[in-house]
Each structure stands twice: as C-alpha cells, then as structure tokens.
Design a protein around this ligand. Structure first.
Ligand SMILES: NC(=O)c1ccc[n+]([C@@H]2O[C@H](COP(=O)([O-])OP(=O)(O)OC[C@H]3O[C@@H](n4cnc5c(N)ncnc54)[C@H](OP(=O)(O)O)[C@@H]3O)[C@@H](O)[C@H]2O)c1
Length: 275
C-alpha cells in the first residue's frame, strides 16, 4: 500500500509520522528526528504547548533531508485562542522552528467561544502560504458541523486519539465522508495495548510486535499515525509497518477491542466546561 494519503487540498501527507510530545530533554527531539528520518519517517508532529519547537527546528535543520521533503505540523494552544492572538502565536511557532512555513497548522482543541474565530484567522494563514494546509484536533462531529456553517474551507486533517482501545468509528466515518483525513494521536495508547492478549496473538501470527499491529490497523483504514518515541530502536520498529497486510477478519477482531479508553486527557483549562 501507499505510505502517503492525499488531503482535500490535493497535497500529500505521509501516513507515518513522529510524535514529539514530552520529548523535552536536552536535544531529545533533535536526536529522535535524526533516528526517525533515517528510518524513513518524513512527518514530524509538534505543538507550541510541547515546548520543544526550537529543538524540533534544530532536528529538522540537521537531519539531512531537504525541507521540501519533510512534512512539519504544529498546533495553536488554547491560551492564544482565548487571547485572540492567532497570528502572533503562529509567527512565534515559525520563529522557534526557524521555518518559513509549516505543512500543517492545527487548532489543538476546540476552545468554546473561540474556535470558529480561530478558524477564520487560520484561513488567512493559509492564504499567506505560510501554512500549506490547515486542520483541527480533538474536534467532535458537532464542532465540525459548526465550522461548516462559517467556512467553506474544510479542515484537511482532524487529529484525534485513536488506537485499538479507542476507536471512535462514527467520528472517523464522518471525517472520511467529509474529506477530512483522520490522524491518530497516542496510536500506541501510550503502551496500554502492547500486552493485550489479542494483540500479542496477532503479533505472533504476523511476526510483528503488538505496536506494529496497532499502527498497521490504523494505516490500513487510511488513518495517519504519529507514534512517539525517543529511542531509535523503537522508532525504527514502529515505522516498519508497510511490509505486511492484516487480513480483513483480523482487522474486524481488532475493531472489537474498542473500550473508549483514552490515554490522553482533556487539558485542565477545558475540563470543567462543556466544549
Ligand atoms: N492533538 C493532541 O491533542 C495530541 C495529544 C496527545 C498526543 N499528540 C501527538 O501524538 C503523538 C503520539 O502520542 P503520545 O506520545 O501521547 O503516545 P504514543 O505514541 O501512543 O505512546 C508514546 C509512549 O510509548 C512509548 N513507546 C513508543 N514506542 C514503543 C514501543 N515500540 N514499545 C513500547 N513502548 C513504546 C514511548 O516511550 P519512549 O519515548 O521512551 O520510547 C512513550 O512513552 C504525541 O507525541 C504528539 O505528537 C497529540
């Protein structure tokens, strides 16, 4: 199968990327990017709230792959949305990354009362050519429906938690029917399914690790995955998912493991409000 997916703006995005949340140690993101690039990854997923954009920028500059062959994502945090400081936050991300543009800029969370006006500012960023695509994260169907009422620009991507223990099928189908590519964050559930009996049995059957089975399950559904690791052996192993196919009956078995388990939580500033 292809290892990229077309976005609704005709741009191509790798199905596999490196997540760098919590890669905040000295040069941790930088060395993870070097390992990822040599393992064939071309997408890097960061965010202003991860506080590692400078280090990510150094990793990108030093990794040996031309900028045009990489796909870099960053995200706007909730505080900037509340302040209405969309353009400022975007400029600061670019400055920290030392980049002229990002490939994808995402609204990290649908902050109530803010996300629609944030999206109108995102349209201007898109027009300026400094974000080649724009999208959203943690949006539910109702947020996407609200967006549709105010904008003709459909988000290129909705980045949501998705893995065998968290499979929001209705939202995924809605996105895919609307031309929105789903990107799975926490695609390893931060380790929660790696010792699951079914995933281990399937791992043995395909001579793959449970992590590879979980990641492959997602990409076979056209869902992009951004596993995080700072260890080069894990980075390489997590990326080795394009040389086998999970049979339909096993895909269906993995679908049944869903228990709406979230390994990542709603941020504190959104916890007590209906969003
Ligand atoms: N948009 C959002 O709201 C949002 C939320 C959460 C995450 N994200 C993005 O999605 C990325 C991935 O999600 P995540 O970091 O939360 O979780 P994840 O990728 O599911 O899991 C990462 C954890 O699994 C470990 N790990 C990685 N490969 C492994 C392997 N092969 N075997 C055993 N353990 C392994 C990592 O440890 P080591 O690093 O020590 O290997 C780390 O502790 C993030 O880095 C971030 O870019 C976005």
């Amino acid at each position: 199968m292809r290892n990229t997916v077309f976005l609704n703006d005709d741009r191509e995005m790798p199905l596999l990327g490196l997540g760098v949340y919590k890669a905040t140690g000295d040069n941790e993101a930088e060395s993870a990017i070097a390992a990822a690039v040599s393992a064939g990854y071309r997408l890097i997923d960061t965010a202003s709230v991860y506080k590692n954009e400078e280090n990510v920028g150094r990793g990108i500059a030093k990794c040996g792959v031309p900028r045009k062959d990489l796909f870099v994502t960053s995200k706007i945090w909730n505080t900037a949305q509340r302040l209405g400081d969309i353009q400022g936050a975007f400029e600061r991300s670019l400055e920290r990354l030392k980049l002229d543009y990002v490939d994808l800029y995402l609204i990290h969370w649908p902050v109530p009362g803010c996300y629609l006006s944030t999206w109108k500012e995102f349209e201007k960023i898109l027009d300026s050519g400094r974000a080649l695509s724009i999208g959203v994260s943690n949006f539910e169907i109702r947020h996407l429906e609200e967006l549709k009422k105010v904008s003709g620009i459909v988000p290129a991507v909705n980045q949501i938690e998705c893995h065998p223990l968290c499979y929001p099928r209705e939202l995924i189908e809605y996105c895919q029917d609307s031309g929105i590519v789903v990107q799975a964050y926490a695609p390893l559930a931060r380790g929660a399914y790696l010792d699951n009996d079914v995933m281990c049995v399937l791992g043995t059957k395909y001579a793959k690790t449970p992590a590879q089975i979980g990641l492959r399950w997602a990409v076979q559904k056209g869902i992009s995955v951004i596993p995080k690791s700072v260890h080069s052996d894990r980075i390489a192993s997590n990326g080795a998912i394009f040389d086998f196919t999970i049979e339909k009956e096993d895909m269906d078995i993995i679908d049944t493991l869903n228990q709406d388990f979230h390994s990542s939580h709603v941020p504190e500033d959104l916890r007590d409000i209906q969003f």
